[in-house]
Ligand binder design. Structure first.
Ligand SMILES: Cc1cc2nc3c(=O)[nH]c(=O)nc-3n(C[C@H](O)[C@H](O)[C@H](O)COP(=O)(O)OP(=O)(O)OC[C@H]3O[C@@H](n4cnc5c(N)ncnc54)[C@H](O)[C@@H]3O)c2cc1C
Length: 418
């Protein structure tokens, strides 16, 4: 498959754009694979890519029940950051951010990674203290963080509500300058093309429906396209993890919840950064097409539906208007939902499972998109070496048994609070 470059663009332009090759093949499933990854979202595709690239394991299939990136990867608000306080999360997400910084070059595919800065707003002295503490922890872990006062925030994002009547006055904020956004579809497509170029079979419209077991091992996966033998199996199915694991008799500390996202009509560029509200659950950025992209809380009930309900829409809009009053005159263009894999401590689970050759990648809560390359990188290591990398050692499933939970928000074991 040819490289994408200015030369290939010119060559194809001169021949009427009729000779572009498919970005990835559409193979029939083989009778068996060394590794089967279930789920063709960003995490499954990144895992396959790094299995082939870093570990030389190329007899790999990614099985996707729908189309690539049709799950949460193609439904999220694309925020990428590593502004975590607890060590296990901080080191993991920083590894991921470093991989983002080279991903377009590594894949020869522009994932439109834009380091426009992620700013968390503070609305009280107490919140400023919390952000100072988080920022200090980040800097001790070698992660960029800047505490801004009210004047600095006003200069940076003048459209926020700085009026005397503001419902939630702005005291300052915590900025991670290296945070930003990436184009979600491009991430799925670029990783798929990268994995395919290394020999990975990407098989769409192939739902895993069950498993053939021999004692504590999985011998084959049953799919809508037949039974496929496997050496090892990795789950990267986000909100479907609990359902798929139940077919193996596993009960995991994961709940599936709906999270909605929203896009407004397009505007000229006016909002240059990613900003999160500190008074309510609300965050906002502007896409390259001009639409404002925003989201808020979970719908707060268990569901597998990829659509949400009016009360949450109302709640998100009210929070948005409180943060940026000018958006009250905007029209909403689209909204949709994704099925979130909410873990009980708000942190992800990447590691081995109670079944010998099954590996788990789940519990991404609100924030798995930013983890995409890092998650694939450590999951590939875990599968290839049959043990976690030091970066995901703390994120193992058995932390819930051992009591070593990673409760970044310190809100307790309730998914809705994370
Ligand atoms: C509205 C919303 C906003 C978000 N905003 C952000 C954000 O700004 N920043 C951030 O970092 N994260 C965000 N997230 C979270 C992020 O999108 C996810 O954590 C991340 O994309 C998960 O990637 P994944 O590859 O694990 O899952 P997915 O992309 O959901 O991929 C899983 C795939 O598995 C497939 N699958 C399921 N069951 C089977 C089966 N039985 N057989 C075969 N295939 C199967 C599904 O079809 C799906 O394609 C948001 C999520 C939502 C819903």
């Amino acid at each position: 498959m040819s490289e994408y470059s200015v030369f290939s663009l010119v060559r194809n332009a001169l021949t009427g754009h009729k000779q572009w090759q498919r970005a990835w093949r559409d193979p029939e499933p083989k009778p068996s694979y060394d590794v089967i990854i279930v789920g063709g979202g960003g995490h499954g595709l990144a895992t396959a890519f790094y299995l082939a690239k870093v570990h030389g394991i190329r007899n790999v299939a990614v099985l996707e029940k729908g189309w690539l990136g049709g799950g949460n990867t193609g439904r999220n608000t694309t925020i990428v950051r590593s502004n975590y306080m607890l060590d296990d999360n901080a080191h993991f997400y920083e590894k991921s951010l470093k991989l983002w910084e080279q991903l377009s070059h590594e894949l020869n595919f522009n994932v439109m990674f834009s380091q426009r800065g992620v700013l968390n707003l503070a609305h009280s002295d107490g919140q400023m203290d919390r952000y100072a503490r988080r920022g200090n922890s980040m800097r001790l872990n070698g992660i960029d963080a800047e505490l801004l006062d009210r004047k600095q925030v006003m200069k940076m994002v003048p459209h926020l509500d700085f009026s005397d009547e503001a419902r939630f006055p702005i005291y300052g904020g915590l900025l991670q300058p290296r945070g930003g956004t990436a184009r979600h579809d491009a991430v799925a497509w670029g990783l798929a093309r990268g994995a395919d170029r290394l020999g990975v079979d990407i098989i769409q419209n192939c739902e895993v429906t069950g498993f053939k077991r021999s004692g504590d091992r999985i011998e084959a996966v049953e799919t809508s396209r037949g039974t496929i033998g496997c050496g090892k199996v990795g789950f990267a199915v986000a909100g479907n993890t609990g359902y798929l694991a139940s077919k193996l008799g596993l009960k995991l500390p994961i709940e599936s919840h709906v999270l909605q996202a929203f896009v407004s009509e397009p505007l000229k560029p006016f909002f240059d950064h990613v900003v999160t509200f500190g008074a309510e659950h609300f965050y906002l950025s502007q896409s390259d097409k001009g639409g404002l992209v925003f989201g808020g809380d979970l719908d707060m009930y268990n569901s597998y539906a990829q659509r949400g309900n009016m009360p949450t829409i109302d709640h998100v809009m009210r929070a948005g208007v409180a943060m940026v009053p000018a958006v009250s005159r905007l029209r909403l263009l689209r909204h949709w939902g994704g099925v979130m894999d909410m873990s009980m401590d708000g942190s992800p689970i990447i590691g081995k499972s109670p079944i010998d050759n099954l590996y788990l990648n789940c519990g991404w809560c609100y924030g798995g998109f930013k983890a995409t390359p890092g998650s694939g990188w450590v999951f590939a290591h875990t599968i290839a070496e049959d043990e976690p990398h030091p970066i995901n050692a703390g994120l193992r499933l058995d932390r819930f048994e051992r009591g070593h939970i990673i409760d970044e928000e310190a809100t307790g074991p309730v998914p809705g609070h994370h």
